[in-house]
Design a protein around this ligand. Structure first.
Ligand code: DX5
Ligand code: ZN
Length: 219
């Protein structure tokens, strides 16, 4: 049985205590830290940028899984790399040339993630699947935490899982948005390796993050 990795989204953390929240996540057994970067343009919400990520890095040795919801993304990739992103995930709609942006992330020796919005099909990135480390399937429209999971995206997870098995590719499949204690198993069964969760980890069971991380990992 494969090990499911948990990437808590700090979007649901207490923003006045972000450093401590990250320390708590590491102690509670998180595998990485999911950082949602929003620009108020590609998505209708605004969060944090490189200086905050740089400061937060001091609080944990876990990999930073940085989800860039910014457009145009290309010219900012380097600053997120310097700030300490370990995985840099971009949306195909946010760059003029996806291949050039993929290669930029690789040059910087970071892991490359590509994210698909609920309405974006696998075909858009099919020819890049042999060159990337991660596909992030959005199970809500990006922009806000606490939205309702869209089960239809599981078809894309299944399709990607089949492609990587058939062609022996090595990318991970991560899912992001509305993951809770009722639907996480469906995602894992469809082929997901990494679960992103904000609301469930920080708010379920009276905010017992260790319990929630353990529950999301249990099959
Ligand atoms: C949405 C973000 C997600 C979000 C997940 O645009 O990419 O990472 O914070 O939060 P929940 O788990 O609350 O849906
Ligand atoms: Zn995200």
């Amino acid at each position: 049985m494969k090990k499911i990795q948990i990437s808590p989204s700090i979007l649901s953390a207490d923003f006045s205590q972000l450093g401590n929240e990250i320390k708590k996540l590491e102690k509670a057994g998180a595998d990485m830290i999911h950082v949602d970067v929003m620009d108020g343009h590609f998505v209708p919400n605004l969060t944090i940028g490189p200086p905050v990520i740089k400061a937060l890095k001091k609080n944990s040795s876990l990999p930073f899984d940085v989800h860039l919801m910014i457009s145009p993304v290309h010219k900012y990739i380097e600053s997120y790399s310097i700030a300490g992103a370990d995985i840099i995930t971009i949306h195909p709609e946010a760059t003029d040339n996806l291949l050039v942006s993929i290669n930029k992330i690789k040059e910087l020796k970071k892991k490359v993630g590509i994210s698909l919005n609920p309405e974006t099909e696998v075909e858009v990135i099919e020819k890049f699947l042999n060159q990337i480390d991660l596909v992030l399937i959005m199970s809500v429209n990006p922009g806000f935490g606490g939205q309702k999971f869209m089960p239809k995206v599981l078809e894309k997870v299944k399709k990607l899982d089949k492609i990587r098995k058939d062609l022996k590719f090595h990318f991970d499949i991560e899912i992001d948005g509305g993951i809770d204690l009722n639907n996480y198993k469906l995602a894992i069964e469809a082929g997901v390796d990494i679960l992103v969760s904000g609301t469930t980890i920080f708010k379920s069971n009276n905010g017992d993050i260790k319990k929630n991380i353990d529950l999301l990992r249990s099959i």
